[in-house]
Structure formats: structure tokens, C-alpha cells
Design a protein. Sequence first.
Lengths: 245, 311
Amino acid sequence: MLELKHVSFEVNDETSQKEIIHDISVVIPDERFVVITGPNGGGKSTLARLIAGIEKPTEGQILLDGEDITQMSITERAKAGISFAFQQPVRFKGIQVLDLIRIASGKRLSPADACQYLSEVGLCARDYINREVNASLSGGELKRIEIATVLARGTKLSVFDEPEAGIDLWSFQNLIEVFERMQKKIHKSSIMVISHQERILNIADEIIVLANGQIREQGSREDILPGLLGTPSAVNACQKLQGGN
Amino acid sequence: MAEFKKLDEIQKRILMEVADLHKVPEGAYNIRSNGVSAMRATTANIDIISKPDGSGIDIKIKPGTKNESVHIPVVLSQSGLKEVVYNDFYVGDDCDVIIVAGCGIDNCGNQDSQHDGIHRFFVGKNARVKYVEKHYGSGDGQGKRILNPVTEAYMDENSHMEMEMVQIKGVDNTDRQTKAELAAGASLIVRERLMTHGDQVANSGYRVYLNGEGATADVVSRSVARDTSSQKFDARITGNAPCSGHMECDSIIMDQGKILAVPSLEANDLDAALIHEAAIGKIAGDQLIKLMTLGLTEAEAEEQIINGFLK
């Protein structure tokens, strides 16, 4: 269970202080699939980064299974059971896909075992396992490798920042199945996804709408989704292709 | 194997590579240890002859020799030894061979140890050569470990040479100069990996002359400067004919490391197509963050990034 208590986050620019997250309190119980949506610039990615420890809150507390992790480093939080899939995956010269999956799993996996994680995200493992995680991979390929690293970690809480972006050749349905299998496999695990996509919102247990750094709405899918349909917070895939954001 | 535990990932990898090299001297070899030739083997196609004045060896490879290798490792473990060695390789037409020249200095004493190896390659028409050169230093004495290799390649028509130059750890001072002259249709590939630490100083210079039509060169250097070490990379490709050349130097600086990269191009023919790229920077913050979200500490993440970069 992840708990945020009165979490705020401010950044200082040259002239003033800007509050990105304002007094957010939220509980993500075990075995939940939570989708965070809301307008761009509303603080969604910052919230994810605060949970992963990449940013530290200026006020408030973050607890994981009752333990205060507010002051923990990124590494400590990773070890405590939090995984984070970046919106824009990082490239590395010389590091191979196999290396990255091994680091993620914390074990010296055999290439065959590592391949399973790639197959899960629809990549023909044989073609990718020895590739470098560099500019030769497309954005969509990197995105799926990013998801595979989170799968290889198998932690209790996994946070995905817009996992669907750029994976158009691979269907949403496959991504959704990945999430479902993940939750089944890892006992009492929860998944938190930042997304605007209706199809992902459709499988949420719970939806949180974040705007201007605050929670505008929060509740079950049945309560929240009808009000979002047709707005930029719940985009239909076809609509997006037609250019209607 | 108590010492082995103290090594980091990079050292282990290099040690593994150097040990492999000493373990399998199949084919022809000459092992030079503390200034003298310790072991030698020749084959029907590859002869190794000491120069009459004792200054080095001539390696003669018969035309048409295929899938054979020559190993000429050098080991210096005696503190204070300084030597200059001339090794000349005559690679006949149509050969396809691997030449491995590793040098390791272990200096536990207080005097400087120095090995200056001058390697000249005369590569015949249509011959293919893979040349691997690995340098390694160890020992905790005050004496410096100094390696100043000079490599010269004279490549005849349509010959191909691939050079892999690696110097990762323990060499205090190095001034390496590489020169290549390519005739028509010849191609040269260079892959250099260099890491300096402590207060080491490394200079690496390349002069590549593309003298014949269709000659090509691809020189890629990747280096890391840690602690207070400094490096200078000074490379030039000269196009004297319709040819193509590419040069890339990509460096990571850490701590108070310093790097000066001077890539240069010279075109003396209208159809010489030459390109260079150079980049120096610290490890990107998001790379560290990504690996830390996978459970590595910052130091472990750095190690992985460097290890991959120099692979």
C-alpha cells in the first residue's frame, strides 16, 4: 500500500516559486489498478517522480506499507519495491538490452530467461537481446524495452508514465494484457499508470484526475469515467488518429 | 584469488581478456618477458626472426596464409626496465590473419618501467589483418608504468586492416601514435578504447592518409577520463584521392578529468568525402537515474555506464 500525506512540491525559478503539486493526499491499496489522468501540465509526471524518489517533496510524507520512505533515495525506494517506467526512456551507448534486463532483475539471467520478458512486450527476443539500448532503436521499441525492465523487476508497485505513447504497432490490447498478467503474477501488487487513453481508463479500478497540481476528482471507474469521456483526459484511440486530441 | 575480489567489473573484464590472450597462444607466438624473448613458436606459414642487432623481431607471413594468428605479448614485471622494441610485420598478399600484441606492466618498485613498442605493418594486396593491442598496468610501487606505442600501417591495394586498441587501467603515461597510408581500394577500421584515472596522462594521435582511389577509413575512439587524469586526442584523416573517411571521438569526463579532442580533416582531392564527429560530456543525469530506479547505487550505475561505453 502506498500512501501520500499532504504532499506538496515547489520549484524555484529565477524570480518566483512555483507549486507543481499542492497538498495531495492519496492512498493506493494493494491489488489495485489506478490510472492518473488530467490535462497536460497538471502535475501527473511530477507525482510519479515524487513516488520514485527522483524528486523530493517540499512538504508532506510518502509511506510504503506503513514505512516512511520520504527521505529514501531512488535506489532505496527501488529496493523497497517501487518500479518506474519513464515516459521517455533513456538511451545508453554500449549497454545491451540483455544487460539492462539483468540489472533490472538483479540476477544474472540466462539470455533465454531474459528473452521471456521481451516476448511479453511483443518483441521478437532473438532480434533484440544483443542490441544496444542506443539511438538505433526506435521510440516504440525503447518504450517496450522500458516496460520489459519493469516486468523483470517484479515489484509490488509499478508506476508507468504514459506507457502507450509510441507503441502504435503493438495493440493496446497487448499492453492491457501485460498489466493483467503482472498483477496476477505478483502477489498483492498494484499498478499506477499515467494515461489519457480511454482503453486504459476502461480497465482502471480507480481513476484520479489531476489538474493544477491538485486532485480534482477521485473514485471508481464507474463514477469517474463517464464524466471524462470525450474530454482530453480520456482520448479515444481513433479520435487521436483523426487529429482530434 | 583474494586479489580478484578487490577488482571492479571493468578490471575483471580486462583481466579476463588479457588472461585469455595469454592462455591461448595457438599458432605463431613470441612472448617477451622483462626485455628478452622467453618463448617462441613459428608455423609453416609464419616465421619470426630476431633482428640481428637485437632491437626486435621481424614477423613474415607467407602470401595466401589464412585463418592463422600471431601473438606477441610483452610482460614487464621488473621495476626500472626501459626498452624500445621494433617489430615489423610483413603480411603477404591475400592473407587473412589475426595479430595480437598485448602489453602488461606490473611495477611494484620505485623506478619507472617503460615499454616503447614500434610496430610496422606492411600489408600486401587483398590481405586482411585484424590487429588487437591491449595495454594493462598494475602494481602499487611509486615507479610509473609507461607505454609509448607507435603503430604504422602501409596498406597495399584492396587490403583491409582492423585495429582494436584498448588501454583501460594502470598505465600512468602513454603517448600513442598511429599512422596509416592506404593505397587504392584499401580500408582501415580503428576502434580505440581508453580510460585514464589517478593523475595519468594519455596522448593519442592518428594520421591516416588515403592515397588511392576508393580508400576508406573509419576511426572511432571512445574514452573516459576520471579523477585528475588528462587526455589529448589528436587525429587527422588526409584525403589525397577520391576516397571516404570518417572519424569519431566520443568521451566521458568524470571528477576533475580533462580531455582535449582535436579531430581534423584535410582534403586534397575534389572527391575526398571526409567527416568527423566529436563529443565530450559527463554522464547524463537521466542515465544514472534510470539505473538507480532499477536498484543500483549511483556508483554502481556509473560503473555500468562506463563499462558499456568502453565495451
